[in-house]
Ligand binder design. Sequence first.
Ligand code: HPA
Ligand code: ZN
Length: 323
Amino acid sequence: MSLGMALPKAELHLHIEGTLEPELVFECARRNGVSLPFATVDELRLRYVFDDLQSFLDLYYLAMGVLRTARDFTDMTDAYLARAREQGVRHAEIFFDPQAHLSRGVPLREVVDGLTASLRTSEQRFGISTRLIACFLRDQGPDEAMATWEALRPHLGDIHGVGLDSAEVGHPPQDFAPVFARAREAGLHLVAHAGEEGPADYVWQALDVLGVQRVDHGIRAVEDPELLRRLARERTPLTVCPLSNVRLRCVPRLAEHPLPRLVDAGVLVTLNSDDPAYFGGYVGENFAAVQRELGFDDAAMREFAANSFRASFLPADRREAYL
Ligand code: HPA
Ligand code: ZN
């Protein structure tokens, strides 16, 4: 097994709905009586070619339409944890998209019960500790985000943070200042996708207006030297997803990924899979691809793994036990 696969690591940027493999799409469709616009698993997999973030999101929201019951969410999460364990994952901070299910009439109780039924026993079964982060869909706007926050409130015992995802350009972080302020007052951790397709200015807004503790993606920070200095000085982590960036054409080829420039600037970078069922690899494959294509030595790979614990929301003593 390659070093990248074997290294103990935390995964900090992982959309649980993006772990839905084609086989489970068909299994859930069958048992829930949902009809699909593709006939076979292979036909679905052939669709996994994307031009940009939106072309991916269209398929991502379509496929998750088969998730109807708590059991579907439990099975999906169990499958992810089993795969993650094989890739050295010891801790996972997992995103989910409440609005993508509420809008289809699936009650939040069903979603959260399904996810937590799996996560509750993850440490015993898989040796993986977990946190759950609810993301607001930025393209649905700030009012719907606030309504979603109200819907989440009865479930805050199971939710450790909030994030911001979906179509980025035209939906700047600053629009979501009120809902992030509520989450902060409730003591939740704060993260946001910024600088994936959107400009470096969105990363500034995520830091200064939302007050996030980590930036998801953040790769376009390389276009702004002052922002790089800020991220490095404040040790604000970026959760970078190399295979995702190539598949969504944010970066033309892995060999041209800005990762080395972020590292050279002293930014605390972590490696993650984003939506591994769609982007050709789980987190271990992201580690392996980065080492192969960008020429990082073993010490650098160990540093990425150590960063994943440093950047996690584990308490300090548990973070340090991994370093
Ligand atoms: N970017 C934004 N929204 C998302 C992504 C992503 O990479 N994956 C799932 N939702
Ligand atoms: Zn993401």
